[in-house]
Design a protein around this ligand. Structure first.
Ligand code: AMP
Length: 546
């Protein structure tokens, strides 16, 4: 027997409609690429999104057509989120930090019909325009006064198009499983692959993001996604903010500590989310300048492991609760968030940190398990580590155009490519990407644990650990360090600092110092590049073994 409830479809347009109707005067504040701070509210955002939907219709954009963006977090990008998906087309957010060849590949693979670009990326686009096969025209996201001189063909000005468009737009009703947006994974090997979100997966993911123990947004919050709107939909915040009625602050292109602090301070940001690199810069700035952020209550840190020292600094020095989160583009992206249960919250702080350092507890809607190489489930004892498998309504079932073939096993589980433990309190702890784990004498060593430990030393700005070939053990860990400004720490001091905090056989065999560690376009350490850099590195322990 079927239930007798209304079959209303979960559509992205309903989010902006809701925000305009019930939180219409709540502000959206953007730091623009042109310079000034721009302010308006949800009611105005809907009005302009509807005008933009009319623009798209006049350009001949229809259901299922892909519209690419190369843009920072700003109000025009926000309007595209709603105008494009709301009208039944697909918003393809391109990561502008990718190499131009990858951007070309992605835009062609997605068959983007139009591109919307911030002023910052016009030059980049000029360099690749000739190799874009499907693009019919370009809209520069600015006003007439700032329109650049460009050799690009069929270029339009965003504000001029909006000004010339009709008011009001009837959002179409369609199946909630319709594709809404497209985001390519940054994949360290092979070509990027497209994750095609649906209206249903996006709305369900937004509900989850709003839950109090997840990102936890309400109308009294002011949320600033530092995480870009081209990185898994700013981790869902561009949708969750209107759903909850939270004030939204969009930081534009400037991610340095001073700019981030100023905007957060001025606007009274209560919740923010981003990768550790950004928070490192902010913490450095706060400390060096004796600044604080009195309104900042919750900081979601994910994308890479949040070091213990960073969590502790936010919580003890600035009274900001850290929510260590894990997810992936394929998961919309939220999978786990590290809110403590009341029982864990009652533990001494050092023991709480042991849990906060893990990547968090499963959230409603995401099933998780860990398996060995043969697919057998491993115990949830916090010790055994294996392949992390996930299942849920906002997790990809295949990549766009079937790239990479079938990605689910017979029971519908997706292999995340991460290696993790699960414990009896429901916490998941990533020990590595499957391909980065260090295999020493048949046992696995977690490079992430070693990195987190090393960055706890005040003389270290950033640490990476890779496996280097060893004749006796197959691989042994090499610690690669970027020193903190002005620091002079040497290898032996660092190893002495780490000794006693990890199993003896996990201790790195050598330490090297570099000026910079290479990062991917989404801020992750590029282990492939590091392994290449140090492929001929001879560990001191090799001599002893020979
Ligand atoms: P992306 O799809 O670019 O968001 O990358 C997803 C991957 O980033 C995951 O599969 C993890 O390997 C890594 N990742 C995300 N969050 C964390 C975290 N909190 N700690 C460690 N790794 C993370």
């Amino acid at each position: 027997m079927l239930g007798l409830m209304q079959d209303r479809q979960l559509l992205i347009s309903s989010l902006i409609d809701y925000a305009a109707e019930y939180h219409g005067a709540t502000e959206i504040v953007s730091r623009t690429v042109e310079g000034p701070i721009h302010r308006y509210d949800y009611a105005a955002a809907r009005r302009r999104s509807m005008r933009l939907a009319n623009v798209l219709r006049d350009l001949g954009i229809g259901p299922g057509d892909r519209i690419g963006t190369l843009a920072w977090n700003g109000y025009r990008h926000f309007e595209l989120y709603y105008a494009v998906s709301g009208s039944g087309a697909i918003l393809h957010t391109i990561n502008p930090r990718l190499f131009p060849d990858q951007i070309t590949y992605i835009a062609n693979h997605a068959e983007d019909r139009w591109l919307f670009v911030d002023l910052t990326f016009v030059e980049l686009l000029e360099g690749i325009a000739d190799s874009l096969d499907s693009v019919e025209g370009i809209v520069v996201m600015t006003d007439e006064a700032h329109m650049p001189e460009t050799a690009l063909a069929n270029v339009h000005c965003y504000e001029t198009l909006i000004a010339g468009a009709a008011d009001g737009f009837d959002w179409p009703e369609f199946d909630e499983n319709t594709a809404s947006s497209l985001c390519y994974t940054s994949g360290t090997t092979g070509n990027p692959k497209g994750v095609l979100y649906s209206h249903r997966s996006t709305v369900l993911h937004s509900y989850a993001a709003c839950l109090r123990d997840v990102v936890g947004l309400g109308a009294d919050d002011c949320v600033m996604p530092v995480v870009p709107m081209f990185h898994a939909n700013s981790w869902g915040i561009a949708y969750a903010a209107p759903m909850s009625g939270a004030k939204l602050v969009l930081p534009g292109a400037r991610m340095d500590g001073e700019s981030v602090h100023q905007l957060m301070y001025d606007e009274g940001v209560t919740v923010s989310a981003g990768v550790p690199t950004v928070w490192l810069m902010l913490l450095q700035y706060l400390r060096d300048n004796g600044k604080d952020l009195p309104d900042f209550k919750r900081c979601v840190i994910g994308g890479s492991a949040a070091p213990r020292s960073m969590i502790e600094a936010f919580e003890t020095e600035y009274d900001t609760t850290v929510l260590h989160a894990w997810g992936m583009t394929e998961m919309s992206p939220l999978g786990t968030v590290g809110m403590l249960t009341p029982a864990l919250d009652a533990l001494p702080y050092a023991e709480q940190l042991d849990y906060k350092e893990k990547q968090g507890r499963g959230i409603y809607g995401v099933e998780m398990k860990i398996t060995d190489d043969d697919g057998n489930e491993l115990p949830r004892d916090g010790e055994a580590f294996g392949h992390l498998m996930v299942r849920g309504p906002w997790i990809a079932q295949s990549y766009f155009k079937g790239e990479g073939g079938a990605i689910l096993d017979g029971d519908g589980w997706f292999d995340t490519g991460d290696v993790a433990t699960l414990d009896d309190k429901g916490f998941m702890h990533i020990t590595d990407r499957a391909k980065d784990v260090i295999k020493s004498g048949g046992e696995w060593i977690s490079s992430i644990d070693l990195e987190n430990l090393a960055v706890g030393h005040p003389g270290v700005a950033e640490a990476a650990v890779i496996g280097v070939v060893h004749p006796k053990w197959d691989e042994r860990p090499l610690l690669v360090i970027v020193r903190a400004p002005g620091a002079s720490v040497e290898g032996p001091e660092l190893l002495a600092f780490m000794a006693g905090k990890i199993a003896k056989w996990w201790m790195p065999d050598d330490v090297v110092f570099v000026d910079e560690i290479p990062h991917t376009a989404t801020g992750k350490i590029q282990k492939v590049a590091l392994r290449e850099m140090f492929k001929d590195h001879r560990l001191p322990t090799v001599d002893a073994a020979e």
